[in-house]
Every structure is written in C-alpha cells, then in structure tokens.
Design a binder for this molecule. Sequence first.
Ligand code: ADP
Length: 242
Amino acid sequence: LRRLEKVRKDFVANVSHELRTPLTSIKGYVEALLDGAKDDPEEAARFLGIILKQSDRLNLILEDLLQLSQIESGQVLFKRDPVRLSTVVDRTLSLIKPLADKKGHTITVSLSPDLPPVRGDEERLGQVLTNLVDNAVKYTPANGSIHIAGQVTDSAGREEVELTVTDTGLGIPDADRPRVFERFYRVDKARSRELGGTGLGLAIVKHIVEGHGGRVWVEGNEPIGSRFVVRLPTASSKSHQV
Ligand code: ADP
C-alpha cells in the first residue's frame, strides 16, 4: 500500500512539473507583453508565437494523460477482431511518411507473407506502431534508416506475431531500457521536449500491448540504434486477454 501511495505521489509531482514548465513560459511572455512588448509589433508577434507553441504543448500532455488514464482505468475496452498487420502498417506509414521524408529517413517494411492476423483493436494497434515509428523518426539523426518487420514466432508452444521497429538512431543506454516504458521517463529530457515529446508515448504503447495479452521491450541495434519488439497473440491462438 505504501508503495502504491508513493507511486501516486510521484505521479502527481511529475504531472505538476510537466504542466508547470509550459505554463511558466506562457505567464512570462504574457507579462512581458503587458509590460510593453505589445507595443513592438515584431516582438509581440514572436512572443505570441511562443505562447501558442507552449499552449499546444500543454494540450498534448493533457491529451496523452487522459488517454493513459482511460486505458489504465479499464474504461477503454479493446476490440478483439482479427487484425492484419499490413493494414496497420499502411495506415501508420501514411501518417508518418511526411515527417520521415522531411528528415531524409528511409523507411523499409518486410512483413512475412504468411503472417496470420492478430487478435485485437486495429485502431489501438495503429497507435502502438505510430508511437514507435514516430519515436524512431524523432530519435534518429537526419538521413537514417527505419525498418518495420513482421514475422511469426513461437513462444512456449503459443503462436505469436512479432512486430519490430528498428532504427539507426541515438540508441538507449542499457540501464535506461526497461525504464523508458515508465510514464515521463526520458533518457534526455531536454531533447525529448525539443522534439515535442511528452514522455508518455511508450507508457501508452505498453498498456495497449499488455491489454492485448502481448509484451513489448527494447533491444540495442547493432552497430547503432534501437529495436522495439512487440509480441502479440494471433487471432487463432487461445485468447488470453487481460
Ligand atoms: P517522448 O515523448 O519523450 O518521446 P516516449 O514515452 O515515447 O516519450 O519515450 C520515452 C523516452 O525513450 C524518450 O524520451 C527517449 O529518451 C527514449 N526513446 C524512445 N524511443 C526511442 C528511440 N527510437 N531511440 C532512442 N531513444 C528512444
């Protein structure tokens, strides 16, 4: 019980801190405008731009928090349809391709042709892949390679589909790997913020994957980068949903 209480307190402290940063910035720029910056049109426009950006950031954090809390509270029931990964991949790519192109990344996909459908919620699984590929794009310096692969594996006699997202980016130090799935945990806070991160994306991924009876983890990619691995039960395997 005491541990739970500590987790809850830490969480509230983290949320407060995350919200305070953009809010402090907004307040500072509003005050500067009132103090006179409003009379200089160029400066006023610049300050308003910053205020807009910080408000967007507040919005993003709140949206992610809301989503996470809905998933955690079990308010969101995942569908349990047969889902083809090729559909999920196509959908994700159409969303992310423009961002990847902008950074000069190459995205390749290889899905094994006999890939059976998984059991789950197409939209939520799309969110999992989108968060993973979005991170790969963000944390890989320009002109990198991102590879999405899907294959069948066997885990203790249970057929599973393994989906991996591999990048040639910054990589994640060994010690941080298990922790990146925690809410607000970031290897480099400043960089994450700069890239528009909320620190909640992987926590959402983990919840969705586990809600599908699956597992997710991250490995190092050789010689550089990261590989995120998602294992999901196939639609024909005996159901085992949490
Ligand atoms: P964020 O909004 O900060 O990206 P996430 O929960 O999606 O939050 O990821 C948590 C942290 O894990 C990131 O801040 C980053 O340090 C690390 N991370 C996630 N994906 C990658 C990746 N593909 N390469 C390197 N680091 C990553």
